[in-house]
Structures are given as C-alpha cells and as structure tokens.
Design a protein around this ligand. Sequence first.
Ligand SMILES: Cc1cc2nc3c(=O)[nH]c(=O)nc-3n(C[C@H](O)[C@H](O)[C@H](O)COP(=O)(O)O)c2cc1C
Length: 151
Amino acid sequence: MVSANVVFATMTGNNEEVADLVCDALTREGIVVNETEISQTEFADFQTADILVVCAYTYDEGAMPEEGLDFFADLQSADLTGKVFGVAGSGDKFYGEYFNRTVDNFDAAFEASGAQRGANKVKIDLEPYEEDVERLANFAADLVQTAKKLV
Ligand SMILES: Cc1cc2nc3c(=O)[nH]c(=O)nc-3n(C[C@H](O)[C@H](O)[C@H](O)COP(=O)(O)O)c2cc1C
C-alpha cells in the first residue's frame, strides 16, 4: 500500500484548503494519506511515507512560514533517497517575483535531499478555484504514478 504524508502551513486557511484538495485526490487514487499542520509535525515522522507533500504560504516578500522553519531545517539536512515529493502552495500574485517563494524553497530543498520529484510544483493565487482543483488532481495523479514505479 502506497502512503503519503501531507503537511500544510496556513494563516488564513488557503493552504489548508490546498492540502485538503491534494489529500482528497490522493485518497481517490487509493493512497493512505495523513494530513498534519507543520508546527504539529515532527520531520522524523513526516519522512516515513512513500510520498511527501508540503503546502505552505509565503509571507513578508518571500519569507517562509516562521512556524515551519525547524521543519525546513530538518528537511535541508535529510537524506530522502527513495522518496517521492511534491510541493504546492497558495500565495498572492500581487507580490510579483516573490509569488509563492516558499514553494520554490521547499521544492529545491526536497530536490537536494535526494528525493524524486513526482510532480511539478503548483502555485495557486489566493484561494483555490475550479481550475486549481483540477491542477491539484493532476499533481496528485502524477505523484502516485511516480511512486508506483518506485514502490
Ligand atoms: C504581510 C503579507 C505578506 C505577504 N507576502 C507574500 C509574498 O511575498 N509572496 C506571496 O506569494 N504571497 C504573499 N502573501 C500572500 C499570502 O501568501 C496569501 O494570502 C496566501 O494565500 C495565504 O495563505 P494562507 O491562507 O494559507 O495563510 C503575503 C500576505 C501578507 C498578509
């Protein structure tokens, strides 16, 4: 059975919604999913699943969620060879070059950890709309397809 851990960081709910949509899509694909909030999540527990997903907001012109900094530091020193990862997030296009910078940071850190990118990162503008639901369903399907080749 393929498993997934999905962690989210949110202030106003958008990224929890993004994480919920990813979890729903993964569940429909037959994956056993565990969803948690980042400050409540030990990285050591998070990294045990086959598929690892982060959905997190960006603040203060490119800043990472402060409550996720420990988690991010643990990711930066982890060896995730054999795992499949995906990163999605909601930011605000108003912030231009800083739009969803946290998604870029997590995506790069996962890549450096030796994990395999199972799906291209998904950047959402504010709350997820219908087209985003579809993008996230495709994101989940890609993750599952990659994981099934490895497991
Ligand atoms: C003070 C402030 C700074 C922000 N800076 C950025 C930013 O640099 N880049 C970005 O993409 N979004 C930025 N945002 C927008 C949030 O990331 C966006 O509203 C997101 O949907 C919030 O997610 P949440 O509902 O999960 O908390 C900023 C929002 C606030 C209030």
